[in-house]
Every structure is written in C-alpha cells, then in structure tokens.
Design a protein around this ligand. Structure first.
Ligand SMILES: [Zn+2]
Length: 193
C-alpha cells in the first residue's frame, strides 16, 4: 500500500502501486514524476536568462522630461526617476523589473543545475532549497502586476510610457518562461536519490 497525493489539488489516495491514474477531484493526471521535468525547466530558464539581456539593454520606456521625449532602458528610466526625486517609483520599478526577475532566474538555475549534475547535499539543505522555490512561486506574479499598475497610474501624469518593441517583448516573454519553468518543475525530484 502506498500513499499518493495529486500534485494539482493535493488530494491523497491509497494505492497498490505507483501506476498513473486520473485524480477524481480535479481530473489531473497523477504520475510518479512529471516526464522530463528537469530538462524542460532548465531549458526554459536558460531561454529566460537570454531574454533578460535584450530586456535590459534595449529602450523599454519613453520618459517625458521638460516636454521632451527620451527613450530609455529600464535602468536609465530608474535613474531618471531618481533625478526627478521620485524615489518610490524608482525603487518599485527597480525591484519589480530588475531585481526580482534576476533573483528568480539565478535561484532556479542554481537549483536545476545542482540537481542536473547530482551535487551531493544534505536533506536539510534540500529542504531549504525547496522552501526557496516555494517562496519564489508565491512572488512570481508581482513584477507583472506592479509594472501593469504602475504603467496605468504613471501614464496619467504623462511622465513615462511603456514603449513596445524588443525590450518589452523580451521582458514579457522572460516573465512568462520563468513562471512556466517554476510551475512545471516537479519538486519531488529533489527527494530522488
Ligand atoms: Zn487532483
């Protein structure tokens, strides 16, 4: 007799063996491990890291300064807001669109690589990593919300506009790929020997 929990809704079943079955509550297909989970999540994170580069080096917004439109990258935008003494907006943009994405990506990359190359670690450390993944998951949507809300509020003041193009597209794709990589990852792999 084995106890199996549905990864989607966490309902626990008592089964004879580890064969696949469909969850009766949420219709999710319950498998012992998600197929190729680590490889796919690792590939997605690498793509997301590559997308982070154009998102940072190409102009993302148009800042209106003394009636003149200046195209600027995210970092230049943060600096412009600092110059205008809008410290709160500068801080929010920096945290939401520069700091959180890279912390998430490096965290996930670290976890996936240690699992991929089979770094020997104590269970205690594995638990810490697992909790870190969970914490990342909980915050994984903040950047989208903050940027969306901020764009709508600040646009009223005609201070800055989100410019379309390479940077904005790369940024959006990066956020989406990061979310898929984190959600698709089967955390039970951490416990495999
Ligand atoms: Zn379920």
């Amino acid at each position: 007799m084995v106890l199996i929990s549905c990864k989607n809704c966490h309902k626990v079943y008592e089964k004879e063996n580890y064969e696949d079955f469909v969850c009766t509550r949420c219709k999710h297909k319950v498998t012992r491990r998600v197929k190729d989970s680590l490889q796919i999540s690792l590939a997605l994170v690498i793509c997301a890291i590559l997308l982070y580069i154009p998102a940072m080096i190409y102009p993302m917004m148009v800042v209106t300064k003394f009636g003149v439109n200046i195209e600027s990258t995210i970092i230049e935008g943060v600096i412009s807001f600092l110059d205008m003494e809008s410290y709160f907006i500068a801080l929010v943009i920096f945290i939401a669109s520069v700091a959180i994405p890279i912390i998430k990506l490096i965290g996930l990359l670290f976890i996936f690589i240690t699992l991929k190359i089979n770094v020997k670690m104590e269970n205690k450390r594995k638990i810490t990593i697992y909790k870190f993944i969970e914490a990342i998951g909980k915050w994984s949507m903040i950047d989208i919300y903050v940027v969306a809300i901020l764009a709508s509020i600040v646009q009223l003041d005609e201070l800055f506009n989100i410019k379309g193009g390479i940077a904005a597209t790369s940024f959006a794709l990066m956020v989406i790929l990061t979310i898929i990589a984190a959600n698709r990852f089967d955390t039970r792999i951490i416990w495999d020997e």
